[in-house]
Each structure stands twice: as C-alpha cells, then as structure tokens.
Design a protein around this ligand. Structure first.
Ligand code: NAP
Length: 338
C-alpha cells in the first residue's frame, strides 16, 4: 500500500525525472507533490517520455504545502537552492533527502568551495547518504545529504584499502563522466558541437568534489590523503568511470578478495574479475569494482550510473533506510543492455 506521501522539488531536472520513474513502481512511497521553480505545468509537459505513463500537476515549490501533506521530500535542486527549502521543511517536521551539495560537507569546507551556508543549524545534523559507510546513522536521521556522483564512485573502492595507504600519500583519481552529470541546463562545454567526438578534462585538480572525497576518507580512516582528482567529460549521456592508482604500504596479494570480503553484505556493490564497463550499470543502482596490483601499486576501477547510484536511486535507497523499508524497494537492478 502506497501510504507514505512524498514530495519532489526539482521535477523538471534529470535527477528529478529518475526519482519519478522509481516512485511509480514503489510499493510504499506515494508521489503526492511535484514542484519546480515556476510550476503551472505538468510532468507530461516537462517530460514527454512520461506521456500515458504518469501525469501530475507541477506546482511552484512551497515548503508549507509540502508539510501539509507529505512526510518526506526529495530535493533534486542545485546547491544553494536546496538549503532554503530544507531548513523550512525540517522545521515543519518533514524528512529530507537532499541531492545537492548543501549538507554534504563540514561548514567551513562548504563555505570554502561553494558559498555562505544559509542553514548552519541543520548542517551539523545531516548524515552523508552513502549506506556503505553510514547505514546505521541514515536509519536515525531526518536529513540525508546524498553524495556527489564522483565521490560515490571514487570513495567506495578505496574504503577497504585505507589501512594499506599511508597518511599523506597521493591518490590519483582519473574520472570520466557522461554529460548528464551537468544537469539539463546547456553550457558551452556541454554543447553538442563542442562535446561530440571530443574528450577533455575540466577543473583538473580543482573540482569541488575533491574536498568531499578528502573529507570523507579522513572521517573513514583518520588520515589526510593527497587527492589528485581529474574529472573528464565523455561524449555520452550517462555513466561514470573512475580509475584510481595508489601506492600501498605493504604487499597485498589478492585485492579482489579484500573487496569481496569487505562488501560481502552490500546489496549494490559487485566485485568483477574483469575490468568494469559502463553499460552493465547503466539504469541501475549498482557500483561495479575491479582491482589489480603490480608489486605495491594498486589499480582500482569502478563504474556507476551518475544519475542513479550517483544520485536518484541512491536517494530513494536512503529514503527506504530512513523509513525502515526494504533498502531495495523500487530500486532498479536491470541494466540498459545492449
Ligand atoms: N546530474 C547528475 O548526475 C547528478 C549527480 C549527483 C548529484 N547531482 C545533484 O543533484 C541536483 C540536481 O541535479 P540535476 O542534474 O537534476 O539538475 P538539473 O537537471 O539542472 O535540474 C535542476 C532542477 O531544479 C529546479 N530548480 C532550480 N532552482 C530552483 C528553485 N530555486 N526552486 C525550485 N526548483 C528549482 C529546476 O527547475 P526549473 O526547470 O524550473 O528551473 C530543475 O527542475 C544538483 O544539486 C546536482 O549537483 C546531480
């Protein structure tokens, strides 16, 4: 029975659309309120692909309207836009899963890399929405800060190896994404003429997901690492592929065995015997990982769907955990292959 009323703010965006797709089939979450900046439209108008599948009035976002009828709100909004709504919703007793960066980081780090924070009270209460690190904490919180897509794909394969990596070591993270990672808005570097048959790095060694990776690895291991993170844009729509190279402080014979043991109870982590690919995770909540070693140099590769495990299905899985539901309720597992 769909008995938990849910709001979605940011319905016209890519991650908002993915959340709608999952809630259609969700047994308990009932999509009840849908909004964006302007409202006065319908889901079908915003997303013609939903014609004859689901239709919904889309309103201009209003936190009080949400609180009157919903227990949970997904905020699929750009950073800065989210915290205004989250603050009001939390004060009105609504649980929040925020897909933006507004609650992911320590206040100081956030203000260094984003902007002044407008909700200093709740940033302390937020739980980082990576169940592979914080499942027990997610069960108890009213505010989940959904991780960035790059940090999701970079952090997960590194978690089992921090005992083998000395404080201060450089960790080289070579990351590639499809263009949907930038959202639906068009920018010169995402314009077809520039992107098609092209490949390039952007914000190398200075991307705002780097402090997120650094901060979460420090929390996990107690060690400060020198993260050398280079994001690159692929001329594809969805998919994220991360290759990580790191020197280990002692011999590891079988890194795949360490990964398999560490993630044995994780429903959405798959350790592969051959290098990962993008198609096997497209359309799913899986993170695929492959590892190899040469003397004490470790190579890790991981792949996710940036819109799903990197955003929307991670958000719905977090909400399932917050409400004590089956973690995989409504979560896609079958990839878009071929
Ligand atoms: N795309 C990814 O792969 C990905 C991965 C991880 C995290 N994220 C994060 O998820 C969030 C959403 O990303 P996206 O890719 O879905 O972005 P998007 O495609 O650009 O969509 C943004 C949505 O937010 C709405 N919006 C913007 N400002 C608003 C406001 N002030 N009030 C109400 N609605 C507002 C927009 O509505 P209008 O259409 O009316 O402007 C649109 O529906 C971002 O914070 C992003 O960093 C995205």
């Amino acid at each position: 029975m769909k008995d938990i009323n849910v709001a979605l703010i940011g319905a016209s965006g890519y991650t908002g659309l993915e959340i709608v797709k999952m809630l259609i089939n969700h047994k308990r979450f009932n999509l009840h309120y849908v909004a964006n900046t302007t409202g006065d439209t319908t889901l079908e108008e915003l997303h013609p692909a939903l014609k004859d599948v689901v239709n919904f009035q889309v309103d201009k976002a209003d936190a009080k309207d949400v609180a009157n009828e919903c227990e949970l709100a997904f905020l699929a909004l750009p950073h800065k836009a989210s915290m205004g709504f989250a603050k009001e919703l939390l004060e009105l007793g609504v649980k929040v899963v925020d897909l933006s960066a507004d609650y992911r980081l320590e206040l100081e780090t956030y203000e260094d890399f984003y902007c002044e924070h407008e909700d200093k009270e709740h940033i302390k209460e937020a739980v980082y929405g990576l169940p592979e690190m914080y499942r027990e904490e997610i069960k108890k919180t009213n505010l989940v800060a959904n991780p960035g897509c790059y940090p999701t794909a970079a952090l997960i394969p590194l978690l089992p190896f921090t005992d083998f990596i000395d404080e201060g070591s450089p960790i080289y993270i070579d990351a590639k994404t499809g263009v949907s990672g930038a959202g639906k808005g068009c920018k010169p570097i995402t314009a077809f003429g520039h992107l098609n048959e092209n490949f390039f790095a952007y914000s190398p060694l200075g991307h705002r997901h780097m402090p997120e990776i650094e901060e979460k690895l420090l929390k996990h291991s107690g060690k400060n690492y020198n993260i050398l993170f280079v994001p690159q844009l692929l001329p594809i729509t969805r998919g994220m592929y991360v290759s990580t190279f790191v020197q280990l402080n002692k011999r590891v014979d079988d890194p795949a065995k360490i990964l398999t043991e560490y993630f044995k109870d994780e429903p959405f982590i798959r350790v592969r015997e051959t290098p990962v690919d993008l198609k096997s995770v497209a359309g799913t909540n899986f993170c695929d990982i492959y590892a190899d070693i040469k003397e004490d140099s470790l190579y890790l590769s991981s792949s996710i769907d940036n819109l799903l495990k990197g955003a929307s299905s991670a958000a719905v899985a977090n909400a399932n955990i917050m409400f004590g539901l089956e973690e995989d309720e409504g979560i896609p597992k079958i990839a878009y292959v071929p």
